[in-house]
Design a protein around this ligand. Structure first.
Ligand SMILES: Nc1ncnc2c1ncn2[C@@H]1O[C@H](COP(=O)(O)OP(=O)(O)OP(=O)(O)O)[C@@H](O)[C@H]1O
Ligand SMILES: [Mg+2]
Length: 325
């Protein structure tokens, strides 16, 4: 499912990271620990979307504040064109200490800080690179110093840069609320993020459907809701579908599952798939991600469409709380 240059997907990661995974025999406070293995991966939600796209051979460019040096090298090696904009501070290193039984202790640094002028440069840079892009994906947390409406400004900038460019947002809390008000073409909340957005719990699929109706009525084209083991739901102008993978019995790491879901959806849509078929690919990519260790992201060889039930009308009575109804 590789794409032509005109299908390029530009991702924006306002707070990128270097994700360092260190395997240790046991975590002991105050001791000197010897690592038995370690790896470093580029991280941050937009970056993860680019990593999946690149694994599928799809052209992608990743815009981020900071992100020079090691991060830029890792991105280039993964087939992703990095575009750095000015920032103060250094790219955060998120360290995961993994013990043999899988117990993981994480230490996350705060990351870059942006002054008002650096926010302006980031937004203007998105406008420049959006022009030839099929999609701009703005994803992840808002760095220190940047306003809650950062993703909203990126949505407007992407539209300004390319009138034919579509924009997707994956973030949470006030940043998601502000972005939704800017009417992106697609948002990808999980159930907790969607619940916060509409201001009440969503225990059943019927509640999720009502929430997607509300968000779409506000001017968002597509709402792609990831629901963990319950799969995902897509609400579009053409209709609403639900799809779930066979339960993954060997969940190895849920890091990047939502990002893989979004990348899978966009990969299929840019190659002409219907929303229902794109949802099937999205869920297959999400399920593949949870079967991979650490921060690894899926490529074509990891994704098994046959492990996913066909998309169907949403079973409204589905209980999302995990409790018997
Ligand atoms: N236990 C599981 N079994 C099968 N598939 C799963 C499981 N957990 C997640 N998935 C798949 O991954 C997708 C995304 O998961 P989830 O809804 O947890 O995303 P998320 O909360 O946005 O994650 P993140 O933002 O941390 O990447 C789901 O739609 C589903 O396809
Ligand atoms: Mg997510």
């Amino acid at each position: 499912m590789s794409g032509a240059a005109g299908d390029i997907v530009v991702t924006v990661t306002p707070n990128p990271s270097l994700d360092r995974t260190v395997e240790i025999p046991a975590l002991t406070r105050g001791a000197v620990l010897r690592a038995t293995a370690h790896r470093v991966d580029p991280g941050g939600k937009g970056v993860n979307v680019s990593r999946v796209l690149a694994r599928f051979g799809h052209p992608t460019l990743a815009v981020m504040p900071g992100g020079t040096g090691e991060l830029a090298e890792l991105l280039r090696a993964a087939g992703i064109q990095p575009v750095s904009t000015p920032a103060r501070g250094v790219t955060r290193v998120n360290t995961a200490l993994v013990e043999p039984d899988g117990t993981t202790t994480k230490v996350n640094e705060p990351g870059v800080e942006l002054a008002a002028t650096e926010v302006d440069v980031l937004v203007d840079t998105v406008a420049v690179h959006a022009a030839p892009a099929a999609w701009v994906v703005s994803a992840g947390s808002v760095p220190r110093g940047a306003p809650d409406d950062l993703h909203a400004r990126i949505v407007s900038a992407a539209r300004r840069g390319g009138p034919g460019t579509r924009v997707a947002v994956d973030t949470s809390g006030p940043a998601l609320a502000a972005a939704v008000a800017a009417c992106p073409d697609l948002v990808k909340p999980n159930v907790a993020e969607l619940a916060e957005l509409v201001g009440h719990p969503l225990p059943r699929l019927a509640d999720v459907l009502a929430a997607t109706d509300e968000i779409r009525a506000g001017g968002v084209g597509t709402v792609l809701v990831s629901m963990g083991a319950a799969g995902a739901l897509v609400a579009t102008a053409e209709g609403t579908w639900h799809c779930a993978a066979e339960p993954v019995t060997a969940v190895r790491s849920t890091v990047g599952a939502g990002d893989s879901t979004l990348a899978g959806y966009l990969l299929a849509r840019t190659s002409g798939a219907s929303p229902a078929d794109a949802l099937v690919h999205a869920v297959a990519c999400g399920a593949a991600a949870v079967g991979l260790p650490g921060t690894a992201v899926p490529g074509p060889a990891d994704v098994d469409i046959t492990s996913v039930k066909p998309a169907s009308a949403p079973p409204e009575s589905l209980d999302l709380t995990g409790e018997a109804s």
